[in-house]
Design a protein around this ligand. Structure first.
Ligand code: IYR
Length: 222
């Protein structure tokens, strides 16, 4: 302890045995493999305390120079959710009726999506993840390092935390997303990154029958 460098503390390792490590890696893979993106939500409420802990978890993600360049806007207000739905559907209508290529529309066919987004009002919470590309320090613009990578990592942690809590989510990207910054009255340095409805799946929810790529397709060992 006496030798700890200034500004450092001893790391507290988890110290699992090799067997435990093997088991935990396998169990966590099998658990995460059950995560699915949902588009049909129940209106069953989720306590604010739960959402707070999901966001706390997301905010444990690594970030460039530990700047944590993110803001999570958690919305349960019916009024704001309905404003978001209205604006999102307006943009999505344009996307599905001209802005997306024929190939893109074809690639989306298996998911059965269209411009109508009831989940934006039905899900008890919407979490808008904001990327903070810079901060204003003493009146000056100070860029955050690797803001996109950092916010992507935090969003991944958020999705894992949501799944761990037995809840479901959708990584939704109504584009362009600028309307979210306006509706939520965010400052100039915050740009919407993803819109994530969070809640329980509807009782009769179905998900597309998808196959994940096998290890051989996604990994190379050297
Ligand atoms: N943003 C649109 C279209 C869309 C695009 C992709 I890539 C998807 O994986 C799913 C949908 C929408 O949300 O409908």
């Amino acid at each position: 302890m006496a030798n700890t460098k200034d500004g450092f503390i001893p790391f507290e390792p988890l110290n699992f045995s090799e067997d435990e490590t093997r088991q935990r890696a396998k169990d966590f893979y099998e658990f995460m493999d059950r995560r699915r993106s949902l588009r049909v939500f129940s209106d069953k409420p989720v306590p604010k305390e739960v959402i707070k802990n999901l966001i706390r978890t997301a905010s444990t993600a690594p970030s460039g120079a530990h700047q944590q360049p993110w803001t999570f806007c958690a919305i349960s207000s019916a009024d704001i959710k309905s404003k978001i739905r209205e604006a999102a559907e307006k943009e999505e209508y344009e996307n599905y009726h001209g802005r997306m290529s024929d190939r893109w529309l074809k690639d989306l066919e298996p998911f059965g999506t269209n411009h109508i987004k009831p989940f934006l009002e039905i899900a008890p919470w919407l979490i808008v993840v904001m990327k903070r590309s810079y901060e204003i320090v003493d009146g000056e613009k100070k860029n955050n390092y690797y803001a996109t990578e950092s916010v992507g990592l935090a969003t991944g942690f958020l999705l894992a935390a949501i799944h761990n809590a037995g809840l479901v989510a959708l990584t939704h990207t109504p584009s362009p997303m600028n309307f979210l910054a306006k509706v939520l009255n965010r400052s100039e340095n915050e740009k919407p990154f993803l819109l994530i409805p969070v809640g329980y799946a509807a009782d009769d929810a179905e998900v597309p029958k998808l196959q994940r790529k096998g290890l051989k397709e996604v990994a190379v060992f050297h």
